[in-house]
Design a protein around this ligand. Structure first.
Ligand SMILES: Cc1cc2nc3c(=O)[nH]c(=O)nc-3n(C[C@H](O)[C@H](O)[C@H](O)COP(=O)(O)OP(=O)(O)OC[C@H]3O[C@@H](n4cnc5c(N)ncnc54)[C@H](O)[C@@H]3O)c2cc1C
Length: 305
């Protein structure tokens, strides 16, 4: 398969959907950003494996879930994106473990666990990401984190080899996960262990968590959740608000009036507007407080020339 010639992509063995020049505003929760050269949405795990086995090794490659923690610069992504959402969707009980594939959304997982009388997955309901994205980010809230529930994960290597790994093979921390050995690979599934519990209580907790979120977060406007990681012993939102940055606007990007660690798209924000505002917030907070903020959001792709 030759990446520069779209017509040669229609290998008969592939059953998924390959798209070209994909507008990433449709695939990111900020509704901003450039174009991805190629995107592949596999039909299922076997199809994704087949795609990777055929892909030239030099092709830049990245996984995307719901794009709720992702900004693709306006110059675009000059490689292939693997869209897990709608591709890897299996979710089932395997003995006393939940097997969940990388494209399943957090809310669906939380509700599946509750309906199987399992507790401890309620927090996933408020994270608008896929299982793959939540594993990659060690997403969490209200005192719980994704990897606390993981018994083992299933990954595909760059060459399409299917492996299982244990949490001990990763360095795992706050919004941080890296494989100890050097290998380019993607999460395709996970086995989770949860405690048996009261399903009614789990459902009630899910409802309360959702209400809490809509009271404190600017969910009516496109956003990417918390932009910065909380520095040790401090809160990024508190520091940003303390510097008088709430409402600060660059182009169509604005520091939310409701939650200072959120940047919202108030119109036609470009990725450049958002990245410039991120840098402006960082510089101002560093100058005024001496604290360096680090983005939680992943920024990829090329700047506009
Ligand atoms: C309103 C709102 C609230 C949020 N609240 C929270 C919160 O409470 N806690 C929290 O932690 N986050 C929160 N987030 C951020 C975001 O939802 C999480 O980081 C989530 O885990 C991202 O999942 P995703 O599928 O959208 O990943 P994407 O945004 O698509 O990707 C994020 C990163 O993960 C990588 N990735 C995605 N899938 C895979 C895969 N299968 N294998 C390997 N790498 C992969 C991507 O390459 C990228 O680097 C919030 C976001 C929003 C918009």
């Amino acid at each position: 398969m030759k990446m520069s010639e779209p017509t040669q992509f229609t290998a008969q063995t592939l059953r998924g959907e390959l798209s070209f020049d994909v507008d990433m505003r449709r695939h990111t929760s900020w509704r901003a950003g450039g174009v991805a050269k190629r995107m592949y949405q596999a039909a299922d795990l076997a199809d994704l494996q087949c795609f990777l086995q055929q892909l030239p090794v030099q092709e830049p490659l990245m996984a995307v879930g719901l794009g709720s923690n992702l900004l693709v610069r306006d110059g675009g992504y000059k490689g292939t994106l693997l869209l897990m959402l709608g591709a890897l969707t299996e979710l089932r009980m395997e003995g006393d473990l939940i097997y969940v594939q990388a494209g399943v959304a957090g809310a669906k997982l939380a509700r599946f666990a509750a309906s199987n009388h399992l507790c401890g997955a309620e927090f996933f309901v408020g994270i608008p990401g896929t299982m793959g994205g939540m594993l990659a980010m060690n997403a969490g809230c209200y005192g719980s984190e994704t990897w606390q529930k993981v018994v083992r994960v299933q990954v595909l290597t760059r060459r399409g080899e299917l492996l299982e790994r244990t949490p001990q093979e990763y360095d795992i921390g706050y919004r941080h996960v890296t494989l100890r050995e050097s290998s380019e690979e993607f999460f395709v599934g996970a086995w989770l262990k949860l405690e048996a519990g009261d399903v009614e209580k789990a459902r009630q907790d899910i409802k309360v968590l959702m209400e809490k979120r809509s009271a404190s977060q600017p969910l009516q406007l496109p956003n990417c959740g918390s932009v910065f990681r909380n520095p040790e012993g401090n809160h990024a939102a508190k520091l940003i608000e303390g510097c008088g940055l709430k409402g600060k606007t660059i182009g169509g990007a604005q520091v939310s009036e409701k939650h200072a660690n959120f940047i919202v798209n108030i119109g036609d924000a470009t990725a450049t507007d958002i990245e410039d505002l991120i840098n402006e917030v960082r510089t101002t907070v560093l100058r005024q407080t001496g604290v360096e903020l680090h983005p939680e959001v992943k920024i990829v792709g090329e700047k506009l020339q």
